[in-house]
Design a protein around this ligand. Sequence first.
Ligand code: ATP
Ligand code: MG
Length: 176
Amino acid sequence: MEPVIEFEDVVKIYPLKSGDVTALNHISFTVHRGEFISIMGPSGSGKSTLLTLMGCLDKPTAGTIRISSREIGDMTDAELTSLRRDRIGFIFQYFNLFPLLNIIENVSFPQMIKTGAGVDPEKAKKVLRAVKLDERLYTHTPLELSGGQQQRFAIARSPIKDRDILLCDETTGQLD
Ligand SMILES: Nc1ncnc2c1ncn2[C@@H]1O[C@H](COP(=O)(O)OP(=O)(O)OP(=O)(O)O)[C@@H](O)[C@H]1O
Ligand SMILES: [Mg+2]
């Protein structure tokens, strides 16, 4: 089986004035192509930290992370950018929506930076309808939505169709 994500003895420490927080303490595992895995643990146990490292949004304090057998510590910023942009879909626990863009613009944004092309509102509307977001909300900004609406919108915004790796952080926590 082809390994897609490999963690080897990974440590993540957040240095804080009040004392270091060890969020990940020597973690090793492998995820293979086609596998669907869940990570469970109490609040503060390091799940989001783990996903952040799997998504190459942050680097470990120690240890090795490989994506498709390439060590991310050896990659340039440009290589990491295209890895995140082209291969990884991330639905964040706290949504990370752009507060100044409306719903349609937020949903179109990942596609815009990938292709450099303008926004096709019809494409965005199609995914928004799939998560059952009412059309009258499309011109709202994220802060004008409820928690559950923001979550559905974050799912719609995540470019997941053509990605090799999907990372979903408590994606249904605010849904009915
Ligand atoms: N940016 C940060 N700076 C400092 N400490 C952090 C940071 N992010 C997380 N932590 C700490 O690291 C630990 C793990 O946090 P993390 O967010 O990964 O937990 P979690 O399992 O996702 O929790 P929850 O279920 O509440 O979302 C916590 O003790 C937290 O306080
Ligand atoms: Mg979390």
